[in-house]
Every structure is written in structure tokens, then in C-alpha cells.
Ligand binder design. Structure first.
Ligand code: GLN
Length: 468
């Protein structure tokens, strides 16, 4: 059910928030044993909130699931890590959670993810495997894999995820749902456990484009608790949703359609672009010349910021503390060695290296310069076009285990999503078809639409036209 139809049923009294939650819990019990999207949920406290839900509010009485790196008062927040899995409870609500509550929603369910959001498969979760509802042998994508899989599996009506380099859009694409990464600063990051602070952004994963608009409406806006939150008015995202694409200029970057794209992905994305043309959009060939440097740039900047952000996990204040240390340094070392998984350690080591004296200019400083070039590519493009169309990922969902011990293969799968984070621009992934026949299973393919800073209303409008 879309959020609109749930709201309809709640407002007309056809169902109640309590019945809705109890039914949802039943579906989770029946289905999530196979999918593994949920790390935990607290039905009792959600039912208490349901009893007093205000149905006059835009998301009144509707349960919304949360990636397990978003703090909800009194709940676990594991970040998919052993470090926080045993004895951490959030002491406060993230701003997005406060805003969801203010819109009447009930935060319900903690969704699996790659550890500290590092990954594109959810296979880096230290806690459990999440499977793609379209084929249990495949990954759901990541890092917000639990959020995407639950929406696709109909064990959540909608979810929040976080996107540092594609972690909302790519799992949405792999699971056949809608995923929106807002402009950097559009949504407060306060209460999101930081991975790479200059790239992180929270956004919705939903069944429909309208649902994404409804959730963005609730969570967007200024927040004095996040110094990077934008103090810009929040438009009415639903008002322009159905205005169509007639007369719009949509750019197709040649760098996003080169070698290595799965034929099923290419076919569906190109067919959708043709559909948008037939609806009156003008399709324009463009170039984003620094695209090929995005992966290298991101995988210097993101680990550098992560190595700094994750230094707070030392066994003193948060989560796991190693037993029997010989001294305080030993306590730090043992706690970090035992608490972090291999991908997180790899990022910390890489990030510390690129920030170290003697290497800072060669790696981190240079990556920041290339980041500026990537941002300028978009600025130039948006002088010419309203939005940019591309695939979300070069392939549909890979088989579980297929990245093996080769992290570079997993990094390369982010090629089409990283640039939006480096440039700070918004992007949306919407289902645009399925691959023809892959071992008898049709796998979802996503279309990515990128827009200029604060261009969410237009993105949603284009996405809605494509969806229709
Ligand atoms: N896959 C990218 C990474 O591993 C992006 C992750 C994300 O957006 N959180 O860093």
C-alpha cells in the first residue's frame, strides 16, 4: 500500500494505527525470516504511540522504518556493527525522527545495513545477511539494504536510509523501489551516525514517488543542531508532482552509457528516456567529463572523513569495551580490533594514510580539487538542462558473495551514484523495468535522475512522469 492509500484507510476509519501495526508485525514474522531486513523492532512502544496517533497529521499513525544508523530515543542503533550491537541505546531522537513524529508517523523497525554504511551490498553487515526479495540468492544492494528490501518485501510501508555515495539510490534500484537522496543540507544529519560528514544525507525509500515526496516534506528543513543544514524554505513537493515533463530539457551524459553496462540495464533506461521524450521532454546529449575520476576521488575523501569520525569508537564512551587491557592504549587497540569488521578497518587505515603528513597534499588535497571539477561539471550541465538521466548502477543486483574478497569490484559498482554526493546535488532512483531473463528471474532496474541544488521538486515531478 502506498502512504496515500494507508492514510485514506486510516482517515476513513477502515483501519486504525493499532490494527495496521499488528498486521505489519504479522507480515514481518511471516516474511522477514527469509529476507533478513530487520535487525530489531519494538512493537510495544510503537503500539503505545499508535494508541495516541493524531490522524489529522500528514503521516498520522503510519509506521516508518529506519536504517540502523539513525538514533531513536531508547532504541538500539547498531550501525550494522558489533561495536554497537551489544550495549548501546540512543540517548536522543535524531532530528528526522523528531520531524517524523511531528508529522504523526511512528518510527518502527531498525533496518540492516553495511557496517557504518560502508558498502554497496549489505554484505558488510557484521550482524546478519539481507536477501533481495526478488531473488534470495542476490544482494539487496547497500548500504541501506535492509530499508530497501523491507519496502520491496512489503514488510515496511516506507523507510529512511542514508546516502553517502549511493546508499539510498542503489539498493532502491536493486530492490525495485523509489529512493531519494536530497541535496546536501536539505535534511538535517543530526542524530545520523556520521560516516563521511561532507557527503552523508538522509532520505526516503518508498513504493511510489508521491510517498517519497510526502516523507521529504516531513523531514526537510533547517536545523540549528546541524551546522550544514540549509536555511532555505521547503517548497510544497506535492503541488508540482503531476505537472509532467513537457518542455523540460533532460540531459543524457555520454560517460554514463559507456562500456561495462549490463544490456538489460541499458535497454530499460534507454526505453524510459524515450518514453520521457514522447511525453514532451527534450533529450539533450551532454558530457560530465570528470566522471571517470569519481570513484578514486570518493574513495580518498570518504575514508579520510570516516577515519576521523570513527575515532570516537575507542571503547571508552560508546559500545563495546575490550576485556583485560594492559593499559589505556591497549584498551583502544583491542576494542577497535574486536569491534570493527574488515571493511571498516580498511577504510580507517586508508583514510588515516591519505590524511597523514607527507601524503595529505598528494591524496586528500588533490581529491578535494578533483571534487571541485566534478561539481563544476554539473554546474555547467545544469546551465543547459533541467535534470540528468542515467542508470543507477551498471548491473542489476549481484549474487550474494559475488564481490568475494575484491573490494575494488564493489567500489566500482558505485560509479554512477558517487558524483552526486561529491557535488552535493539531489538524486532519485525509480524502478524503470526488469532485466529480461536472468536464470529465470526478472531483476529490477533503476533510472537515476539528478538535479541541481535544491531541485527536489523538479526531480520528483520528472520521476512521477516516468513512473506513470
Ligand atoms: N558504497 C559506497 C561506500 O561504500 C557508498 C556508501 C553509502 O552511500 N553509505 O562507501
Amino acid at each position: 500500500m502506498s502512504l496515500r492509500s494507508i492514510r485514506q484507510k486510516l482517515v476513513t476509519g477502515e483501519t486504525t494505527p493499532t490494527i495496521l501495526l499488528e498486521q505489519l508485525a504479522g507480515v514481518i514474522v511471516a516474511k522477514d525470516g527469509q529476507t533478513g531486513a530487520y535487525l530489531s523492532y519494538d512493537l510495544e512502544s510503537a503500539l503505545a504511540e499508535a494508541a495516541t496517533a493524531d490522524l489529522s497529521k500528514p503521516l498520522g499513525g503510519i509506521p516508518i522504518a529506519l536504517k540502523d544508523n539513525i538514533n531513536v530515543l531508547g532504541q538500539p542503533c547498531t550501525c550494522g556493527s558489533k561495536f554497537l550491537a551489544e550495549n548501546y541505546q540512543s540517548p536522543y531522537d535524531a532530528t528526522v525522527v523528531k520531524k517524523l513524529r511531528a508529522a504523526g508517523a511512528i518510527p518502527f523497525g531498525r533496518m540492516n545495513q553495511d557496517e557504518f554504511a560502508m558498502g554497496s551490498s549489505t554484505q558488510n553487515s557484521a550482524l546478519q545477511t539481507t536477501r533481495n526479495p526478488h531473488d534470495p540468492e542476490r544482494i539487496p544492494g547497500g548500504s541501506s539494504g535492509g530499508s530497501a528490501a523491507a519496502v520491496a518485501d512489503c514488510t515496511a510501508f516506507a523507510a529512511l536510509g542514508s546516502d553517502t555515495g549511493g546508499s539510498i539510490r542503489q539498493p532502491a534500484s536493486h530492490c525495485g523501489v523509489v529512493g531519494l537522496k536530497p541535496t546536501y543540507g536539505r535534511v538535517s544529519r543530526y542524530g545520523l551516525v556520521a560516516f563521511a560528514s561532507s557527503l552523508d544525507q538522509i532520505g526516503p525509500l518508498t513504493h511510489t514517488v508521491e510517498d517519497a515526496a510526502m516523507i521529504l516534506q516531513a523531514i526537510a528543513g533547517f536545523d540549528p543542531a546541524d551546522s550544514t543544514a540549509l536555511d532555505a524554505p521547503v517548497p510544497d513537493y506535492l503541488a508540482t508532482l503531476n505537472d509532467g515533463v513537457k518542455g523540460m530539457k533532460l540531459g543524457v551524459p555520454k560517460e554514463y552509457f559507456g562500456h561495462g553496462i549490463d544490456p538489460g540495464v541499458r535497454k530499460n533506461v534507454e526505453a524510459t528516456i524515450q518514453k520521457l521524450a514522447s511525453l514532451g521532454a527534450e533529450i539533450i546529449d551532454i558530457s560530465l567529463p570528470h566522471t571517470e575520476h569519481a570513484v578514486a576521488t570518493y574513495y580518498v575523501i570518504a575514508p579520510a572523513e570516516a577515519s576521523s569520525n570513527l575515532s570516537r569508537f575507542d571503547g571508552i564512551r560508546y559500545g563495546r569495551r575490550a576485556a583485560n587491557p594492559t593499559d589505556i592504549l591497549d584498551l583502544y587497540k583491542k576494542s577497535r580490533e574486536q569491534g570493527f569488521g574488515p571493511e571498516v578497518k580498511r577504510r580507517i587505515i586508508l583514510g588515516t594514510y591519505v590524511l597523514s603528513s607527507g601524503y595529505y597534499d598528494a591524496y586528500y588535497g588533490r581529491a578535494q580539487k578533483v571534487r571541485t571539477l566534478i561539481r563544476r561539471d554539473f554546474e555547467t550541465a545544469f546551465q543547459q538542462v533541467d535534470a540528468i538521466l542515467s542508470p543507477v548502477a551498471p548491473t542489476p543486483a549481484e549474487r550474494i558473495g559475488s564481490f568475494g574478497n575484491d573490494p575494488l569490484q564493489e567500489y566500482l559498482s558505485d560509479i554512477f551514484t558517487l558524483s552526486a554526493n561529491l557535488a552535493g546535488i539531489p538524486g532519485i532512483s525509480i524502478p524503470c523495468g526488469v532485466t529480461d531473463f536472468d536464470g529465470g528471474i526478472n531483476l529490477p532496474v533503476g533510472l537515476q535522475i539528478l538535479g541541481p541544488h535544491l531541485g527536489e521538486a523538479k526531480l520528483l515531478q520528472i520521476a512521477r512522469a516516468a513512473e506513470a
